[in-house]
Design a binder for this molecule. Structure first.
Ligand SMILES: Nc1nc2c(ncn2[C@@H]2O[C@H](COP(=O)(O)OP(=O)(O)O)[C@@H](O)[C@H]2O)c(=O)[nH]1
Ligand SMILES: [Mg+2]
Ligand SMILES: [Zn+2]
Ligand SMILES: [Zn+2]
Length: 496
């Protein structure tokens, strides 16, 4: 009895002495092999030569890659996880299938050739223990890999969420600060109100959504390698803006100040182009206005040169007008010199989209087009001036109809500007008696000359109406209003 107990004890000790190290060695070996497998897989996945198509870095329309931490990092992490799990699984299967466990042990040359060992039942037993060790090691490796992967996932998700939160907040900050300051962007050529301008990199590539986002929080890297600021305050305003709708260049101060849009309407030949040029010249000399884009500058220079030679500008081409854009202190002013035909002809509605942007309107009244004035005018004066054949009331009616068709609320202010004041003889000039209340004098003059309908219609449709008489000449017999005064009044509600 004692003898058999001793033998069992001896067997137990033998089993422990043999299996303990075998088990431990198998666990350590399989863990090491698993670690090597996972590291090799990870290095393959993250190496510079690895395929990065799954990251979809260049699938956004703008010519810049997505930032890794904006989301692709999570995709990479998922792919890495799958690759490591698959590799580990294959490694585990290979081990458990026996090529390196018990059967493998038998195939080792010294063991194969040593009969005592090959016949002994110890070898399958040791192989069995080794398999258990490999299974434990494999399971441990799996648990370790899964834990690491989940911890990384939590960390990466936090980083990606942080990235998106920061970029979203900055975008909101810029959008809100623009909205609070009343800053919008409109194209001077196609008159589209833009959500944002397209910004052009010095390399010529166009960025349609240069805002904090997936392509960069503060900076994005253009395909040319240049870093482009995503915020106006960090330097975006230094890039050249363009219209995303018609590709026209926008003034460099777009999105830096609020815009105001003032169309100058009137019949063909009423004197809109001459008035606009004269008003702008006065704005430049007396109101700190500067042309906001090269096109405005060149057109002003052209018309200025013609008028200086005593030649009036040619008829304005009938098409969508490109605005004269001026920077007046902290405002971007768009003045539209529309060909008279645009408001005179109902089918030109598409060309009159600029009217929908109006912050105030200037209605040009050609005195020589008013029958009562014409009847008493000097034939020489009539012959010298290209006069408008359109009744200003017709123009006003078409204007209000067009505004309705564009589904736009009528602007608050209209400036009724009687042009060509120099052609009015002393007895018919509204300011001949040097009235103190000039607007009332012009109003009374229009009514006296049979245009009460015009006065009443203007006052019916617009809450604020102001009257002016101007001339392009710098000196004349009768006093005239500053040609810049109507624009100043529309923008501020006061006259200088
Ligand atoms: N005497 C005089 N003639 C003017 C004045 N403004 C315009 N005109 C005349 O009116 C014509 C038409 O002017 P313009 O500005 O081209 O008219 P638009 O068709 O309304 O743009 C010019 O060719 C001039 O003969 C002015 O202040 N004084
Ligand atoms: Mg014109
Ligand atoms: Zn445009
Ligand atoms: Zn570039």
């Amino acid at each position: 009895m004692i003898g058999s107990l001793f033998l069992y004890l001896l067997l137990a000790v033998f089993v422990l002495v043999i299996t303990g190290p075998v088990l431990a060695a198998a666990v350590v070996l399989s863990l090491t092999l698993a670690l090597v497998t996972v590291i090799r897989e990870a290095l393959d996945c993250l190496s510079a030569r690895a395929n990065i198509e799954h990251l979809a870095l260049d699938t956004l329309p703008d010519p810049a890659d997505r930032r890794y931490l904006s989301g692709p990092a999570l995709r990479d992490h998922r792919r890495l996880g799958v690759a490591c799990f698959v590799a580990l699984h294959q490694r585990g299967l290979a081990q458990l299938n026996g090529d390196s466990a018990g059967d493998g042990l038998r195939q080792a040359r010294p063991i194969r050739e040593f009969q005592v060992i090959t016949r002994s039942s110890t070898v399958p037993f040791v192989g069995f223990i080794a398999r258990i060790g490999f299974a434990i090691g494999y399971t441990l490796a799996l648990v370790l890999l899964a834990t690491t992967w989940v911890v990384q996932l939590v960390f990466l998700t936090a980083v990606v969420t942080g990235f998106r939160l920061v970029s979203g907040t900055l975008w909101l900050f810029e959008a809100l600060s623009l909205a609070l300051r009343g800053i919008t962007a409109e194209c001077p050529s196609c008159h589209t109100r833009l959500a944002r301008p397209v910004f052009v990199c010095p390399c010529g590539r166009e960025h349609h959504a240069l805002i904090p986002g997936a392509q960069g929080v503060f900076l994005r890297t253009c395909r040319c390698g240049r870093g482009l600021p995503t915020l106006l305050i960090t330097g975006k305003r230094g890039l050249s803006p363009r219209c995303g709708s018609c590709d026209a260049s926008l003034p460099s101060s777009t999105q830096m100040m609020p815009t105001r849009h003032v169309p100058v309407v009137g019949g063909t030949g009423a004197g809109k182009s001459v008035f606009l040029h004269t008003a702008v010249a006065y704005l430049r000399s007396g109101h700190d206005a500067v042309p906001a884009d090269p096109f405005t500058e060149s057109r002003l220079a052209e018309t200025g040169a013609l008028l200086a030679e005593g030649v009036f500008p040619p008829r304005t081409p009938v098409s969508q007008p490109v605005s004269h854009t001026l920077q007046v202190r902290n405002r971007l002013l768009h003045l539209y010199d529309a060909a008279g035909e645009i408001v005179q002809e109902a089918d030109r509605i598409a060309d009159s989209a600029f009217l929908a942007l109006s912050d105030g309107v200037i209605l040009i009244v050609d005195p020589l087009a008013l029958p009562a004035v014409r009847a008493r005018a000097d034939p020489g004066v009539l012959a010298a001036s290209r006069t408008s054949g359109t009744d200003p009331k017709t123009v006003l009616d078409l204007l209000t109809e067009t505004l309705t068709e564009h589904d736009t609320a009528t602007p608050r202010r209209i400036a009724v500007v009687v042009t060509k004041g120099d052609t009015l003889p002393d007895r018919t000039h509204p300011y001949a008696t040097r009235p103190l209340d000039r607007p009332a004098a012009v109003r009374a003059w229009l009514i006296a000359h049979g245009h009460a309908d015009l006065v009443h219609s203007a006052e019916h449709h617009f809450p604020q109406v102001h009257y002016f008489v101007v001339t392009y000449l710098t000196t004349s017999a009768n006093p005239h209003d500053d040609p810049a005064a109507p624009i100043h009044w529309l923008l501020t509600g006061t006259t200088p």
